[in-house]
Ligand binder design. Structure first.
Ligand code: G6P
Ligand code: MG
Length: 218
């Protein structure tokens, strides 16, 4: 039986993944790195540092940049991202998400946050959703990022559950891989070609209801 739900944040609870993408795109332009369409999916779920490495590797000479320069680029990307978040309000909560969280809470499911973003507490606060989450993994404490299962394994443990008792909800390929490797049940939000590895999948969060999940779990 499912007793808990582990949530990714960006691209699941709210569409901030488009702001991450835009901020990286702006940084790439600034560094004269050609923006490749594949970056959009590759950067989802991936930490700030690992995302920067993807961009710099695409130059073919990532070692030309010093540690100080890389830290500076990561800060610039985050400044751009935070500027894009200025208007963030409860209006940006993904369709159906408040109803889903409310239903989970009413039926005593445990709710955890498994986001790689160091901005996650701020984003949840701005959306007015902080109080739904009984546990949050601090991404600064992780040894490995998604697709490693660590963040989901830690979230399951914080909720006091077993992996098979949890659903993990993700929009990123790396995230679905991480959930599957953790032993939780993966729920993908997005296109089938991208999220083929998800055990359950919905096109959008508007379809994310306990009834629809139960139907696909059979
Ligand atoms: C999430 C997003 C990624 C982002 C990462 C780190 O996983 O999907 O696009 O790079 O968080 O976010 P941060 O806010 O810490 O830079
Ligand atoms: Mg995501």
């Amino acid at each position: 039986t499912i007793k808990g739900v582990l949530f990714d944040l960006d691209g699941v609870i709210t569409d901030t993944s488009v702001y991450h993408e835009q901020a990286w795109h702006e940084l790439a332009d600034q560094l004269q790195i050609d923006w490749q369409p594949a970056f959009a999916e590759q950067l989802k779920g991936v930490s700030r540092e690992a995302s920067l490495a993807v961009l710099l590797n695409a130059t073919g000479h990532p070692n030309d940049y010093s540690a100080e320069q890389k830290a500076q680029f990561a800060t610039e990307k985050n400044d751009r991202y935070l500027a894009l978040l200025q208007q963030l309000s409860p209006a940006a909560i993904a369709p159906g998400m408040t109803a889903f969280l409310t239903a989970l809470k009413a039926q005593n499911y445990r709710i955890g946050l498994a986001s790689a973003s160091k901005n996650a507490p701020f984003v949840l606060e701005r959306l007015g959703l902080s109080d739904y989450f009984q546990a949050r993994v601090d991404p600064a404490t992780l040894r490995k990022g998604k697709p490693d299962p660590e963040i989901f394994s830690r979230c399951v443990a914080l909720l006091g559950l077993q992996p098979a008792e949890c659903l993990g909800i993700e929009d990123a390929q790396a995230g679905i891989q991480a959930i599957n490797a953790s032993g939780a049940v993966s729920v993908g939000i997005g296109a089938k070609d991208v999220l083929a590895a998800a055990q359950i999948r919905f096109e959008t969060t508007a379809e994310l209801t306990l009834a629809n999940i139960r139907q696909q779990l059979k």
